[in-house]
Design a protein around this ligand. Structure first.
Ligand code: NOJ
Length: 480
C-alpha cells in the first residue's frame, strides 16, 4: 500500500513538472539567457589601462570580505573572463546550453579610467571584440552599463552623493551608446540601486560613520535619487539617438510578506518594507513620486531631502522601455526596533534548507509579475536575474560531476511561474539565470556559488552542473 502511495506521489510530481515548464510555450522572440557582471567575472583588474573601481579598492585596500568571511578575497583574477582564450570557451558553453542572450556588464573604469575625461581605446576595443564574439555565436548581448562598480576616482569626489554624478554617468553613457549602440540592441542603465545603497553602502558605512543608523539609512536616498536622475538622462539620450534598440533599468524586487502572519506588528511592517524596498524605486520611475510612508520616514531623518517637482517629472517623463527584474525570493518581514526604520527582512528565512538570498517561493515570482502588470501599466519586463545558492554543499564535485538538484529544481519551478504569469497576461519578454558561472559574490567572495557551471577558482576549470543540463533541456523545448 505504501509503495502504491509512493508511486502515486512520484507520478503526481512528474505530472506537475510536465504541466509546468513543458506545456506553456514562451513566445518565439522570448529571451532566454544567463548573466554575469564585470567585477564578478573579468579579473585582469589592472590590464590595458583599466582604472581602479570601487570594488578594486574595497577588496584590495579595505579587505572588505574579511569582515564577512574572515578572509581577504578579491576579484583581481575572478574567473578570468577578460581573457579572450577563456571567454571563447565560455561562449561555447553558452552555445551548447542553448541560450539566445547573454547579459553582462561593461566596467566603466575600463572605458573611462578616471570616471570622467580621457577614454581608454583599449577598453573600447575589448568590448567590441567580446560583443562580436558573442554575436558570432548567435547570442544577443544584453549590456548593463553599471553593476555596482563606480570608478574609484569618482568615489573620491563623493560618488553618487555628489549631484555631479548625474553628468558623469550621462557622459559615460554617451560614450557607450556612440561606440556600441549599433551592435547592441538592449541596454540596462543600472543594476539594483536598492542593494547598492540601502544594503551594501549602508552596511559598509556603519564601520566608518558614527551617525545613528536611521540617519545613515535615510541619507542613502540621495544616492538613489541621483541614480534615478542619471537613469532618466541616459534614457533620454538613448532615445534621442534613435538607435533602434531598447533601454531598461534593473531593480531587485521582493514581495513583502509578514515573517509571522499571526504577529500584528509583522503584518503592519510588511507594507512599509514594501515601500522601502520595492516602491522606493518603482514609484518614482513609473509614477513620478516616492511612496508616501517611506518618503515621510526618510524625510524625518533626512529633512534636507526635498526632491523638486521638476526632478520627479523628469524621472517619470523618461521611462525605461523595459523593466529588468532580479528576483530571488520574497522578503519575510519583521517588525524590529533595532533595524533601520524599524523593519527588517535580510537574513529572515523560515526554510529548513537555507538559500542564501531568502526562502524559495516560486509563486511569489508569479505574484510579482502580475503586480507589475496590474499596478505598473503592464510595461515590458525581463527577468534579468533569477537563481540560487544553497548552504547544503550541493556544489561539491563528486566523480567529476556536480549534482545540484536544489538549484535545478529552483530554476525549473521559477521558469514555470514566470511562464504562467506570461500566459496570464504579464508582459514578460525574457528570463535570464544568475549566473552562468560560479563567480565572485561581493562581500562573500568565492564562498557562495550561483553558477550553472562550476568553476574551480584555482585552475579555472569549468564543469557544467546538473542545473545546466536541466536548463538546457527546457531551452530545447522552448526554442525551436
Ligand atoms: C544580484 C546582483 O546583481 C549580483 O551581482 C549578485 O551576484 C546576485 N544578486 C546574487 O546574489
Amino acid at each position: 500500500m505504501n509503495i502504491i502511495k509512493h508511486i502515486a506521489a512520484v507520478l503526481a510530481t512528474l505530472i506537475t513538472l510536465n504541466v509546468s515548464a513543458q506545456t506553456i510555450q514562451a513566445p518565439k522572440d522570448f529571451l532566454w539567457g544567463v548573466a554575469s557582471a564585470a567585477y564578478q567575472v573579468e579579473g585582469a583588474y589592472q590590464a590595458d589601462g583599466k582604472g581602479e573601481s570601487k570594488w578594486d579598492f574595497l577588496t584590495n585596500k579595505v579587505g572588505v570580505t574579511q569582515y564577512i568571511i574572515g578572509q581577504k578575497q578579491t576579484g583581481n583574477v575572478a574567473i578570468n573572463m577578460y581573457d579572450r582564450t577563456q571567454y571563447l570557451k565560455d561562449i561555447q558553453l553558452m552555445k551548447e546550453l542553448g541560450v539566445n542572450c547573454y547579459r553582462f556588464s561593461i566596467a566603466w573604469s575600463r572605458i573611462i579610467p578616471q570616471g570622467v575625461g580621457a577614454v581608454n581605446e583599449k577598453g573600447i576595443a575589448h568590448y567590441h571584440q567580446l560583443i562580436k564574439d558573442i554575436k558570432d555565436a548567435g547570442i544577443e548581448p544584453v549590456v548593463t552599463l553599471y553593476h555596482f562598480d563606480l570608478p574609484q576616482a569618482l568615489v573620491e569626489k563623493g560618488g553618487w552623493l555628489n549631484p555631479e554624478s548625474v553628468q558623469w554617468y550621462k557622459n559615460y553613457a554617451d560614450v557607450i551608446f556612440k561606440n556600441f549602440g549599433t551592435e547592441v540592441k538592449k541596454f540596462i542603465t543600472f543594476n539594483e540601486p536598492y542593494i547598492e545603497f540601502f544594503l551594501v553602502d549602508y552596511m559598509l558605512n556603519s564601520t566608518q560613520s558614527k551617525m545613528p543608523a536611521n540617519l545613515r539609512y535615510a541619507n542613502e536616498i540621495n544616492n538613489v535619487h541621483h541614480m534615478l536622475l542619471a537613469n532618466a538622462e541616459a534614457t533620454k539620450l538613448y532615445h534621442s539617438l534613435n538607435l533602434g534598440g531598447m533601454i531598461g533599468i534593473t531593480f531587485n524586487l521582493s514581495p513583502c510578506l509578514p515573517f509571522d502572519p499571526n504577529n500584528a506588528e509583522d503584518v503592519k511592517a510588511a507594507p512599509l518594507q514594501d515601500e522601502l524596498l520595492n516602491r522606493i524605486v518603482l514609484d518614482p520611475v513609473f509614477k513620478g513620486s516616492y511612496p508616501a510612508n517611506a518618503f515621510a520616514l526618510i524625510q524625518k531623518y533626512n529633512p534636507s531631502f526635498q526632491p523638486s517637482a521638476a526632478d520627479m517629472q523628469f524621472i517619470a517623463a523618461n521611462k525605461p522601455d523595459f523593466l529588468g527584474i532580479n528576483f530571488y525570493a520574497p522578503a519575510q518581514v519583521k517588525h524590529d526596533d533595532d533595524a533601520p526604520m524599524g523593519v527588517s527582512w535580510m537574513g529572515n528565512n523560515t526554510d529548513a534548507i537555507q538559500m542564501t538570498n531568502g526562502p524559495v517561493r516560486p509563486d511569489e515570482l508569479y505574484n510579482l509579475l502580475m503586480r507589475i502588470k496590474n499596478e505598473y501599466g503592464n510595461i515590458p519586463t525581463i527577468i534579468t536575474e533569477n537563481g540560487a545558492s544553497f548552504n547544503n554543499n550541493e556544489d561539491s564535485v563528486v566523480d567529476g560531476k556536480v549534482n545540484d538538484v536544489l538549484r535545478a529544481d529552483y530554476i525549473r519551478r521559477h521558469i514555470d511561474a514566470a511562464l504562467k504569469a506570461q500566459h496570464d497576461g504579464a508582459n514578460l519578454k525574457g528570463y535570464i539565470v544568475w549566473s552562468g558561472w560560479d563567480n565572485f559574490e561581493w562581500v562573500f567572495g568565492f564562498t557562495k556559488r550561483f553558477g550553472l557551471i562550476y568553476v574551480d577558482f584555482n585552475t579555472q576549470q569549468r564543469i557544467p552542473k546538473q542545473s545546466y543540463y536541466v536548463y538546457q533541456s527546457i531551452l530545447q523545448q522552448q526554442i525551436k
